[in-house]
Design a protein around this ligand. Structure first.
Ligand SMILES: Nc1ncnc2c1ncn2[C@@H]1O[C@H](COP(=O)(O)OP(=O)(O)OP(=O)(O)O)[C@@H](O)[C@H]1O
Length: 575
């Protein structure tokens, strides 16, 4: 957890304030019983009213002082801990943004969400506690002991028995609690995963009548978490009565032995009352310590999970010296590229070599799972190649800065993703400073203009979370417009026309041709009609190139291509 505390630096002043005021508060608490002993022994016993009034006013002032200290401590510690968690959340988020897809696959989205929210809250809560109790508990314990010994050294022997017993109880509780805290965070991850899947996949859940199944899955994860949380709470609940029992036994012992000492004239009644109060302070401080001993390990489990994210070095990082290709044409060259996903037995791509040139359309076709998406995902470096190289305008993509590289590319993913906001905002996602005219033009080319103008608010129509209020084909066209608006040197369309009807698909490709005369186009497609006019078609089969050429060439030379064509087109169309 200490590693995370480096983010506390900006709050140094507030932390010092907290510590100073906690110290003052502790001193006030320690002073009060002595004053009370004085009132009883010197004022009440001797009937000295002015003395009672004088010390009474002093007690009142000390109490008010202690209260003010407590308020300052609460304010400053809240400020520090809330600021700390805000900083930590944004650090984790911006670090995660740099992750390659490999790290996302490894940690899992649900766990990343829990770590950024719940885990940070755990650490934040403990931080408040530590700020308030780290000084308070030892001060009250040591100060209380000294004051108690000063009141009556012999009676202090009671603590020799009480404190070690309490220490053993705390140790046993912490030892039992640690594995439970760890399990609780993992189970929270599981619950979040089930919840996320159930909510994002709600349409499939309904369509397949799997509501009950999902409910069972959720209940199971929920019950699992509750069971562990119950165990943790039972442990915590057991702690309090045990502590109170020890506390009450100690008080009985103090009153018992104290009254014998009063009988023998070795102690005064006021001193015994003060002694009991000091004993209360000591035992309270030990309770505070035990709370810390329980909460700190729990938060340290969370801290480890947060550190794991912060210390994950993204697989894909810019080199020390990033370069820029001399030309900006957008020539994409694959040179003997092979790639396999971590943990996968077979490579997803093997020995891929080809060139995609500006002004030309390079289409990639192949069966499902043949590696088409993987191939195009390697160009913006979502993953890095295992072997060979990918060059843009003669420069290896690993030598460029990721920002520069991705600025050259207009990427339309297989699954269209929109963000909550207006249609115009979604298109501008591709180019922040795009003018209204540019946004409109991109929408026109993407064949989205018609349906946008039909909407009540046109370009200002609001897209719901995940783009759920537009159709699949409309979503695809908006994500195409988003790529078009940045006018990049290279366009990548990963199966981006699949949800369009044949007419719109053809119109879109014709408009694209006019718009992108100087750009390199890579189009992944399932439909032969989409690729038939391409300048070059790459046929993929189980991660390997089965053929490369235009439609006519491939019809003559490539069996895999012929099979795809004959499965989709009629005899006349083929002829
Ligand atoms: N993130 C991943 N982790 C592990 N394996 C993966 C991952 N993504 C894809 N694969 C595997 O890599 C192979 C190629 O997948 P890819 O998505 O590139 O195929 P595709 O040709 O685009 O298929 P489709 O047309 O169905 O989209 C498949 O065997 C797939 O199971």
């Amino acid at each position: 957890m200490s590693k995370l505390f480096r983010y506390l630096k900006p709050y140094r002043v507030s932390i010092v304030l907290v510590l100073v005021f906690v110290l003052l508060q502790a001193l006030a608490e320690l002073y009060l019983p002595t004053l009370m002993a004085d009132i009883v022994d010197k004022g009440v016993v001797q009937g000295d009213i002015p003395y009672i009034m004088q010390v009474g006013v002093l007690m009142l002032l000390v109490t008010v002082g202690g209260m003010i200290c407590s308020i300052v401590v609460s304010y400053c510690s809240a400020k520090v801990s809330l600021g700390f968690s805000k900083t930590l959340r944004s650090k984790v988020f911006s670090h995660v943004e740099n992750f390659s897809l490999q790290e996302f696959d490894k940690i899992g989205t649900a766990s990343l969400i829990t770590r950024t929210t719940n885990d940070i809250t755990q650490v934040q809560q403990v931080l408040v506690m530590m700020l308030r109790m780290m000084i308070m508990a030892p001060m009250m314990c040591i100060g209380g002991l000294i004051m108690a010994v000063l009141q009556d050294a012999k009676l202090s022997m009671v603590f020799i028995v009480a404190i070690p017993v309490l220490a053993v109880v705390i140790f046993l509780i912490v030892r039992k609690g640690m594995p439970l805290f760890r399990a609780m965070q993992v189970k929270l991850d599981q619950l979040n995963r089930v919840l996320r899947e159930g909510l994002t996949g709600i349409r499939v859940v309904r369509a397949f009548n799997r509501t009950e199944h999902e409910k069972r899955r959720f209940d199971q994860a929920n019950l699992d978490l509750t069971d562990t949380a119950m165990k943790v709470n039972q442990l915590m609940a057991a702690m309090m009565p045990i502590m109170m029992l020890l506390f009450n036994f100690s008080t009985i012992a103090i009153v018992w032995f104290g009254s014998i000492r009063i009988d023998n004239g070795e102690m005064q009644i006021g001193a015994l009352m003060a002694f009991i109060q000091y004993a209360t302070l000591i035992l309270m401080s030990l309770m505070m310590a035990s709370m810390m001993f329980i909460m700190v390990p729990r938060a340290s489990v969370s801290a480890t999970r947060i550190n794991e994210v912060l210390e994950t070095i993204p697989d894909i990082e810019d080199g020390n010296e990033v370069k820029q290709p001399a030309q900006k044409k957008g020539v994409v060259v694959f040179e003997d590229v092979s790639f396999h996903y971590p943990g996968a037995e077979k490579p997803a791509l093997s020995n891929i070599s080809f060139q995609a040139r500006p002004g030309e359309v390079t289409a990639i076709i192949g069966g499902t799972g043949s590696g088409k998406s993987t191939l195009v995902n390697l160009i913006p470096r979502f993953y890095d190649v295992d072997q060979g190289s990918i060059q843009i305008d003669g420069m290896d993509v690993r030598e460029m800065s990721q920002k520069e590289l991705r600025a050259k590319i207009g990427f339309v993913p297989q699954k269209a993703v929109l963000f909550s906001g207006t249609i115009a905002e979604n298109i501008r996602y591709g180019k922040e400073d795009a003018t209204d005219k540019e946004v409109k033009h991109a929408a026109e080319v993407a064949q989205a203009e018609d349906f946008i103008t039909e909407m009540k608010d046109g370009y200002d129509a609001v897209i719901a979370q995940g783009g759920n209020n537009v159709s699949g084909g409309q979503k695809q066209r908006l994500s195409i417009a988003r790529a078009l608006v940045r006018k990049p040197a290279i366009y990548i369309f990963d199966d981006s026309f699949s949800a369009l009807d044949f007419k719109t698909d053809a119109r879109l490709r014709a408009a694209l041709k006019e718009e992108t005369t100087a750009s390199t186009l890579l189009i992944v497609a399932q439909r032969v009609s989409t690729v038939i006019d391409a300048d070059q078609i790459i046929v993929l089969d189980e991660g390997k190139i089965a053929g490369i050429g235009n439609h006519q060439d491939l019809m003559e030379t490539c069996t895999v291509y012929r099979e795809i064509v004959s499965s989709q087109l009629s005899e006349e169309e083929i002829a």
